[in-house]
Design a protein. Structure first.
Length: 241
């Protein structure tokens, strides 16, 4: 399963160092970088990263302002990302814990320490724990592994789940219902479609098509959901955005 993270740091070399460390963890991908608190809040609300990697500069007097990101986010969302503070001194630790930070890592950061922090995150991440969906039709309960779902298609007030093995399972709930309840790697790209981004093998922006499952199977995406297409490209090939 893939997990997303956002880096909050105004130092380009520090950002590159963090990105290099994450190269050893291919199941994690960077959705963006923010250099200011306002930019961080905006990107968290827009991109909904699962982890926020927050740099605190020990020579700055603005650590409270950085940690204030967490307090401000509570005004807009109920469930916050997993905040990891990365800094050169332990002096902000108490302040960070009070603010609601999940982990506090000291520089120089080793791959071992990052691995431990990411494993702690996975233990608390509900998306990592829930990898099965139940589709109920009257007295019939079907349990489907989410990793087997290629895409969902709206059909009036029902939703068809198209699976990797070619099966189609119909659920008697709307696509909007599943848009709100599926894990982050399912993205709506059209009024009629939600795709499992792990199955996208090609995106043609000129034709507004997503190709799935390394085949000729394609579905359309609309301008309304162009931001979600950008999120998919950013995840797979950030250098092209």
């Amino acid at each position: 399963m893939q997990h997303s993270y956002l880096i909050v740091d105004d130092n380009t070399s520090h950002v590159q160092e963090t990105l290099r460390l994450f190269e050893g963890f291919p199941e994690y991908y960077c959705v963006g970088v923010a250099a200011t608190c306002d930019e961080a809040i905006n990107k968290i609300l827009e991109l909904q990263p699962q982890i926020v990697f927050l740099e605190i500069n020990p020579s700055s007097k603005k650590s409270g302002l950085c940690l204030g990101i967490i307090t401000e986010l509570y005004q807009f969302i109920d469930t916050l990302p997993y905040f990891i503070v990365h800094t050169a001194t332990p002096k902000f630790a108490f302040e960070a814990i009070k603010a609601g930070v999940s982990d506090y890592l000291l520089k120089p950061l080793s791959t071992f320490e990052l691995r431990k922090s990411l494993l702690k995150f996975q233990k608390t991440d509900p998306a990592a724990a829930s990898n099965t969906i139940c589709i109920k039709s009257y007295g019939d309960y079907q349990f489907i592994c989410l990793s087997d779902v290629v895409y969902l298609k709206a059909d009036n007030n029902t939703t068809d789940f198209h699976l990797q093995n070619g099966r189609t399972v119909t659920a008697y709930k709307t696509l909007k219902h599943y848009e709100a309840s599926l894990p982050f790697f399912f993205l709506r790209v059209h009024n009629s479609y939600i795709v499992n981004s792990n199955y996208i093998s090609r995106i043609n922006t000129g034709k507004s098509l997503c190709y799935l499952n390394n085949s000729d199977l394609s579905i359309s995406f609309s301008k309304t959901f162009k931001d979600n297409i950008d999120t998919i490209i950013r995840r797979i090939a950030p250098e092209y955005l």
